[in-house]
Design a protein around this ligand. Structure first.
Ligand code: F6P
Length: 382
């Protein structure tokens, strides 16, 4: 009797911060691996850190019951950490050390020869290096920011846009009652996709993007002009990575030098102060923060995450390691990781959506005066 070959073993790593749809990827990837290929599936606990846990405690064999009922749940059943880069793990004295060898050795000892890395741009950089060291790695692009290069969409983005849009809808009623300008600060790091899409969906008067340096005087002019037309309330969506021309990025942690330990946040407070000085209108700001990443994913994100999870495992089965699943139009393709890591995706400042928003009457308060055709009198944007 010929001896049965042991089943192939793969692992799933949810790297970086969490994001709605992660559980859908885990479920779809695991179910595809079991049903279509007869493989065994392991989950890595708490992001890349799990690969460095003593005695392999960060690896957990997944069974069908582990993924039952997780499709609509936000977060990740595996746990997350966005503070671990296997190539720069601080030692006892805080010096960065390359620990990738230990991670690869653990996977080898467990007979795991392939890894699905679900993550953002930083995680894709790590995935690409692991691939160059000989591991079969497939990436799945995840982030509410939608800033991963090479794909039209990341899952999680749709959910974040929905949450921000609902927040804008709620803020309008209180802004109108109190005749206030409300600034809504949203996430997205150095890309303005969340701000642009939710600002447009919510009918914001002004959207401040990282890609378009702004002039506070233009925001003031816009909301004042609107007030003169009888609409003495306005919504201004502020991307956390937006900055005034000649100004600085605002961080709530770090200063941007160390990407892993810097956190943007707080720019809306500065814009609010500037507006108070420039207008007679009452101004409030709110920072939506992590609420944008929490809770159940939208139907679209569940669908996209499930499809991408299935596709990632099919890529491994076809020996297409070293690549990331990417949505191009209405199809999933694979894009080489070495291309993905070249940069991040940003809003095109002359792109169709920005041009459309301008024609609708949205101001980006562009310091270079690139926008702001004066809105038709008596016709506010919302
Ligand atoms: O990349 C996703 C993201 O939510 C960014 O939009 C945001 O700047 C960052 O993560 C926040 O990170 P943390 O969860 O560490 O505060």
């Amino acid at each position: 009797m010929p001896r049965r070959r042991p089943a192939r073993r793969i692992a799933i790593l949810t790297a970086g911060g969490d994001c709605p749809g992660l559980n859908a990827v885990i479920r779809a990837a695991a179910r595809t691996a079991w049903a279509a290929h007869g493989w065994e599936v392991f989950g890595v606990r708490n992001g890349a850190e799990g690969l460095l846990e003593p005695r392999g405690r960060g690896l957990r064999r997944l069974a069908p019951r582990d993924v039952a009922g997780i499709l609509p749940r936000g977060g990740t059943i595996l746990g997350a950490s966005n503070r671990c880069d296997l190539y720069a793990v601080p030692d006892a004295r805080g010096r960065p050390r390359d620990r990738s060898g230990a991670a690869l050795a653990l996977l080898r000892r467990r007979g795991i020869d392939a890894l699905v890395v679900v993550g953002g741009d930083g995680s894709m950089r790590m995935a690409e290096r692991l691939f160059r060291q000989g591991l079969a790695v497939v990436g799945v692009p995840k982030t509410i920011d939608n800033d991963v290069w090479g794909t039209d969409r990341t899952f999680g983005f749709d959910t974040a846009v929905e949450i921000v849009t609902q927040a804008i809808d709620r803020l309008y009623t209180t802004a109108e009652s109190h005749h206030r300008v409300m600034l809504v600060e949203v996430m997205g790091r150095h890309s303005g996709f969340i701000a642009l899409h939710a600002g447009l969906a919510g009918g914001a008067e002004v959207i401040l993007l990282p890609e378009i340096p702004f002039d506070p005087r233009r925001i003031a002019a816009k909301v004042e002009a609107r007030a003169r037309r009888g609409r003495n309330y306005s919504i201004v969506v502020v991307a956390e990575g937006a900055r005034a021309a000649g100004g600085h990025l605002v961080f709530r942690e770090g200063d941007g030098g160390d990407e892993l330990h810097s956190r943007l946040g707080g720019v809306s407070a500065e814009v609010a102060d500037a507006l108070r000085a420039l207008t007679r209108l009452e101004v409030r700001h709110i920072v939506l923060g992590h609420v944008q990443r929490g809770g159940t994913p939208t139907a679209y994100d569940r669908m996209l995450a499930s499809w991408m999870g299935q596709h990632a495992v099919s890529m491994l089965a076809r020996d297409e390691g070293g690549a990331m699943v990417a949505l191009h139009g209405t199809e999933l393709r694979s894009v080489p990781l070495e291309a993905v890591v070249q940069g991040v995706r940003r809003v095109e400042v002359d792109g169709a959506l920005v041009r459309a928003a301008r024609q609708i009457g949205v101001s980006f308060a562009a310091a270079d005066g690139g926008d702001d055709p004066p809105g038709p009198p008596g016709k506010p944007t919302r």
